[in-house]
Design a protein around this ligand. Structure first.
Ligand SMILES: Cc1cc2nc3c(=O)[nH]c(=O)nc-3n(C[C@H](O)[C@H](O)[C@H](O)COP(=O)(O)OP(=O)(O)OC[C@H]3O[C@@H](n4cnc5c(N)ncnc54)[C@H](O)[C@@H]3O)c2cc1C
Length: 461
């Protein structure tokens, strides 16, 4: 049994089914997808996502999942997502001739970061900061988990100008948390694994990859079809309420519809805040092993989708704004490549949106439109046809100092019971890749337990 049908649960179920296991997938909500869902908005053709999701060429486990369910053709590969907009006419982005070969084009194109457009006297300190960051990322030190990124940047003398232009937003973009709250260790570990994948031959590790369809069509519907074709049972609207344990061995799983199902193995892929409820109410709470999960806190993301009667003339599919409420403008219509009658759709997002997550929709929308007006002259002429606000207070986990200690491995002290989910041990931030990587590890552990080898394959079948 796999409990929870977010990406971690879907990938675990798909790969277990692929390995020939008889899988039951149980999801508490009425639909599959977890934090990667899409829904219908009245008057809009197709589905709207719960927020723009970006993934990178280094998301190898997620790409493997996409390959297994056969939806790689629904991805749009782009150059690295560095596009900093400091004003209507100023965009710092990849600047290199297109004819240069891939890796060289990226290196040349992003070389401005080494000598960034900040006051000249601060550039040597900026260079030293990059060198310190690179050195720390080479061998992440566990002590960094005692510090926030903000404190660490101060310690290494990162100039304020570099922080304001590049660094702080880079951290927020990677970790969905403010520099004053997030662990320096998480930042450095993230750079470490991206760098490792780049150096191991993945020349597109740092590239952006955009969904060309809704998250539902990319991740969820193909997985559902795959599972049904492989004989899996899918149960929605029913949650796990307790675990049956005898002599530290899993014997069954109790469900909210009153049934108890006997299983050979169960993988719980619930987010930390849902697992905490299970600890409070059920037998798992008796095991100290799970206690750390209670301390994991969520972090919010807020978005407003805006449909305009014309495009804004963006140079990149995603641009990172400075000095406005909105941090990211994503050209959703540009990514999907289809203009609809509803107008040209943009997703305007704020990561770690502590400052705006409680704003009423009208106030947040007004601030978002003001951000657009400040950076895009075309916005002044454009008619706003429709808007749709989505505040997600529990979008990701918040990797505060001490977070390394709170992550649990996929194997548990209870024989036959396993965990997966973006928050479990992977060394990665709260991302779709962490969810998929946790599934790789959980499937491996289940395979060991059941005496089968069940490595996720990288081809669709
Ligand atoms: C707005 C937004 C933007 C994001 N942007 C990005 C991005 O750009 N790039 C990126 O990589 N990541 C991004 N993320 C993060 C990414 O979506 C998550 O890290 C990932 O989807 C987590 O997957 P998961 O399977 O671990 O958890 P979830 O998706 O939360 O899945 C857990 C599932 O368990 C179910 N459940 C809970 N309790 C029970 C129970 N008792 N019984 C059965 N089922 C239960 C839940 O309903 C849920 O479906 C974003 C997230 C949000 C919300």
């Amino acid at each position: 049994m796999v409990a929870g049908a977010g990406l971690a649960g879907l990938a675990t179920a798909v790969w277990l089914a692929q390995a020939g296991h008889r899988v039951t997938l149980v999801e508490k909500r009425g639909r599959l997808g977890g934090r990667t869902i899409s829904f219908e908005v009245p008057g809009i053709e197709g589905r709207v996502d719960n927020g723009q999701h970006l993934f990178a060429g280094c998301y190898e486990a997620l790409l493997r999942y996409v390959d297994t369910i056969g939806s790689r053709d629904k991805l749009l590969w782009d150059v690295p997502p560095f596009a900093i907009k400091t004003g209507p006419d100023h965009l710092l982005t990849l600047r290199a001739p297109r004819w240069l070969p891939g890796p060289l084009r990226r290196a040349v194109g992003l070389s401005w970061m080494v000598w960034p457009p900040i006051p000249l006297r601060e550039r040597p300190a900026a260079l030293r900061t990059w060198a310190r960051i690179a050195r720390a990322a080479l061998r992440p030190a566990p002590e960094l988990d005692d510090l926030t990124v903000d404190r660490w940047f101060r310690q290494i003398g990162a100039p304020e100008s570099l922080r304001a232009l590049v660094l702080d937003q880079f951290v927020i973009g990677l970790l969905n948390e403010k520099t004053e709250r997030v662990s320096a260790s998480m930042f450095v570990q993230t750079l470490h694994w991206i760098g490792k994948r780049a150096l191991s031959g993945n020349t597109r590790a740092g590239d952006a990859v955009w969904p060309r369809v809704s998250l539902h069509e990319l991740f969820v519907a193909p997985a559902e079809r795959y599972l049904r074709a492989h004989g899996a049972q899918i149960v929605v609207g029913v949650g796990v309420t307790d675990i049956e344990i005898l002599d530290d061995k899993l014997t069954g799983v109790r469900l909210s519809d009153g049934r108890t199902i006997e299983v050979d193995a169960a993988v719980l892929t619930l987010p930390p805040w849902s697992l905490t409820t299970l600890l409070d109410r059920g037998r798992l709470g008796q095991y100290d092993h799970f206690t750390p999960v209670r301390k994991i806190e969520p972090a919010p993301i807020s978005s407003v989708y805006v449909w305009l009667d014309r495009p804004l003339g963006m140079r990149r599919l995603a641009e990172n704004l400075r000095d406005t409420t909105i941090e990211w403008v994503f050209d959703t219509t540009g990514m999907h490549g289809v203009e609809t009658e509803a107008g040209h759709c943009y997703s305007l997002a704020v990561s770690a949106s502590w400052d705006v997550v409680h704003l009423p929709n009208a106030e947040f929308t007004a601030a978002a439109l003001e951000s657009l007006a400040k950076h895009y002259p075309e916005a002044a002429e454009a008619e706003v046809l429709r808007t749709h606000v989505i505040h997600q207070p529990q979008a990701t986990f918040s990797a505060q100092p001490g977070f390394d200690e709170l992550r649990l491995p996929q194997r548990t002290p209870i024989e036959g019971l396993f965990l997966a989910g973006d928050w479990t041990e992977t060394g990665m931030p709260s991302t779709m890749e962490a969810a998929a990587e946790s599934a790789v590890r959980a499937v491996d552990a289940v395979g060991d337990h059941l005496g089968t080898t069940a490595p996720p394959s990288d081809t669709s079948d």
